[in-house]
Design a protein around this ligand. Structure first.
Ligand SMILES: Cc1cc2nc3c(=O)[nH]c(=O)nc-3n(C[C@H](O)[C@H](O)[C@H](O)COP(=O)(O)OP(=O)(O)OC[C@H]3O[C@@H](n4cnc5c(N)ncnc54)[C@H](O)[C@@H]3O)c2cc1C
Ligand code: SF4
Length: 568
């Protein structure tokens, strides 16, 4: 049976990091918003410090939808599909993946918005890697700054500013673009280990600083400060010190009375009217089909689902998928080059068994275009990040650095002595979109509803591999200077299913090469907005979520300001 519901102003598909932010300015403006969320509301009981459940079994009770539609990856169009992973890292629930993410809350740096023009200006034509489809963003950091600021204060972000109104503070990131004001909270505290690494970076002449985190360093919005007990790397916070949208923007939007949240609502299609405008959505709940008409639809189901829902929503007006008459949906896809860490073994304990991965020390000297690339064979760079957080199973899964066998009593005694003496690093690096990296629908693999899952065809290219090798050199240098007795480089890997997936619905002024316009609304379907990193055309060297959230807030404010034009 199909039930046609009363029309609403705005329907938001997915209440995670991006959709969960957009609902606050929409509801505050008095628009009637319906948030359709495939997952449930998770309670603090779901946020147990349980490494087996959180990190290995992938929240089997919660991430049901995501696990039923895991994309299939192949590195290129001639290669066979890789084996599909058993669990999806993303979350289904009110708050989405911000429930269990690390909560590093970075702004992009100025260069990330102008990769093509700045590279050409500084190094001449021909330095942008061939085959890359990278474009400058339609605006610079200064346009997004007010929205970064709003989101940092709406969620609660702890951090040390490095550039307030052009005044540089060496305690923060001296490479960041100018911000209007300080973070709403001071940074999370350091640990013995991160302090050691910070002192060491300073000795090398680098500029270390504590990274920004959507985690309370003090009481904020009447929610607790972080207790630093850890286990929230893929775990939720049971004292609500981690500022997911489930405890910040979504409840405030609901309190206005103008946001109605419908949980366990799986949107299957976006409908269009006779003029080719978005008319609303179809969703499944409890085995029933519902049609929710809306004046405006905002799609916020994360990169893979954003792309999939558009491609699945075919009609006479859009036979190749919604907003895809120019064949741009699925293009310009890339996953952050965040593999290829460097591991290190120290001759003493590091006490990393407490704390959280957003509690660490960063170095941006080798990120973006913060150093001269004249004699180098790549553009871009990486953020070096070392942090606290070590859980028992992960600790015991340590490599032996060639100093012991991988089994037996010698292995046991090596692990027992060194489980708290080794450390990983997190190296996020510039990643570019390329002509032959893309998403489409898999021709054979389907979800239980019979809809094809996403197929990822993508791999890192030479530029990404060269950046990775360069950044690993820097990380090794940092560890060795800090007293490490051995280091180990990890492989960069490929562009499989990722927690940092970009593109597919890229933003730009040119409708021939981009799906959404500079405000986040589809060039072909003006009352359909897309929220999330799927609209981002560059990654920079920092996590995507704060940027996706700033863009989502901006799209929502644009909708409020131009309601009559967009809603029609
Ligand atoms: C372990 C981990 C650590 C991470 N750490 C960081 C970090 O430190 N910093 C950072 O910036 N990023 C981090 N990320 C990435 C971050 O979580 C994502 O960038 C962010 O959550 C994306 O926001 P989103 O709204 O696009 O997707 P999500 O937050 O995943 O939200 C999408 C929502 O849409 C719902 N949905 C999907 N399809 C449908 C449908 N058809 N109908 C209805 N609802 C639907 C989902 O259930 C989900 O709730 C991390 C991710 C993981 C998994
Ligand atoms: S370490 Fe902090 S953010 Fe993580 S669960 Fe504990 S209180 Fe919450």
């Amino acid at each position: 049976m199909t039930t046609r519901l009363d029309p609403t102003d705005v329907v938001v598909i997915g209440l995670g990091g991006a959709g969960g932010v957009a609902v606050e300015p929409l509801a505050a403006a008095g628009l009637k918003v319906i948030g359709l969320e495939a997952g449930t509301r998770l309670t603090s009981r779901d946020f147990a410090p349980d490494e087996l459940r959180n990190n290995f079994r992938g929240w089997p009770h919660a991430a049901q939808k995501a696990n039923r539609e895991i994309p299939v990856h192949r590195p290129n169009a001639a290669a066979p599909d890789n084996t599909r992973s058993a669990i999806h890292p993303m979350m289904n629930g009110v708050g989405g993946t911000t429930l269990h993410y690390w909560a590093q809350s970075w702004r992009l740096n100025p260069w990330d918005f102008k990769v093509v023009s700045e590279t050409t200006r500084r190094y001449g034509a021909g330095r942008v890697p061939s085959g890359s489809t990278v474009e400058d963003w339609p605006f610079g950091l200064e346009e997004l700054e007010p929205y970064y600021d709003k989101v940092e204060h709406a969620l609660g972000v702890s951090g040390q500013a490095g550039n307030v109104k052009g005044s540089i503070d060496p305690r923060g990131n001296i490479f960041e673009g100018a911000r209007e004001r300080h973070y709403p909270m001071p940074p999370l505290r350091g640990t013995e280990f991160t302090d050691l690494m910070g002192r060491t970076a300073g000795r090398l002449g680098w500029h270390p600083f504590p990274g920004p985190a959507a985690v309370n360093s003090q009481l904020y919005q009447n929610r607790s400060a972080c207790l630093y007990h850890g286990f929230c790397n893929r775990g939720g916070c049971h004292v609500n010190a981690k500022n997911s949208t489930a405890v910040s923007t979504i409840p405030r939007a609901e309190a206005t009375g103008d946001l109605a949240v419908v949980t366990e609502a799986h949107v299957t299609r976006i409908d269009v009217d006779a003029e080719g405008r978005a008319a609303g959505v179809q969703y499944l709940k409890g085995g029933e089909t519902y049609i929710q008409p809306a004046a405006v639809v905002l799609l916020a189901g994360y990169t893979y689902e954003n792309t999939r829902l558009l491609l699945l929503s075919t009609s006479a007006a859009y036979p190749r998928g919604l907003a895809n008459n120019r064949g741009q949906v699925g293009r310009h896809y890339f996953t952050h080059n965040q593999g290829g860490g460097v591991l290190a073994l120290f001759p003493h304990r590091l006490n990393r068994w407490y704390g959280l991965p957003a509690q660490g020390v960063a170095v941006d000297d080798w990120a973006d275009d913060n150093f001269d690339h004249s004699g180098l064979d790549f553009i871009g760079g990486g953020n070096l990040w070392v942090y606290s957080d070590q859980r028992p199973i992960a600790a015991a899964s340590m490599p032996t650095f060639g100093r012991a066998p991988r089994w037996g009593s010698q292995w046991k005694s090596f692990v027992s002595e060194n489980a708290d003496r080794w450390v990983n690093s997190y190296l996020q690096k510039t990643t570019l979109p390329y002509e032959d990296n893309y998403l489409d629908l898999h021709p054979m693999v389907k979800d239980p509803l019979g809809d094809p899952v996403v197929r990822i065809t993508a791999d890192h290219k030479d530029n990404e591999k060269r950046v990775a090798a360069f950044v690993q050199d820097k990380m090794e240098q940092w560890f060795l200077e800090a007293g490490a007795v051995a280091t180990l480089r990890q492989p960069v890997g490929t562009m499989g299913v990722s927690t940092h997936a970009y593109g597919g619905t890229r933003m730009g002024d040119d409708p021939e090469t981009n799906v959404v316009d500079r405000w986040g609304f589809c060039h072909e379907v003006p009352n359909l907005g897309v929220l999330g990193a799927s609209v981002m055309g560059t990654s920079g060297a920092h996590n995507p979520t704060l940027t996706a959230q700033a863009l989502a807030w901006r799209t929502a404010e644009r909708l409020v300001a131009s309601w009559r034009t967009i809603a029609g």
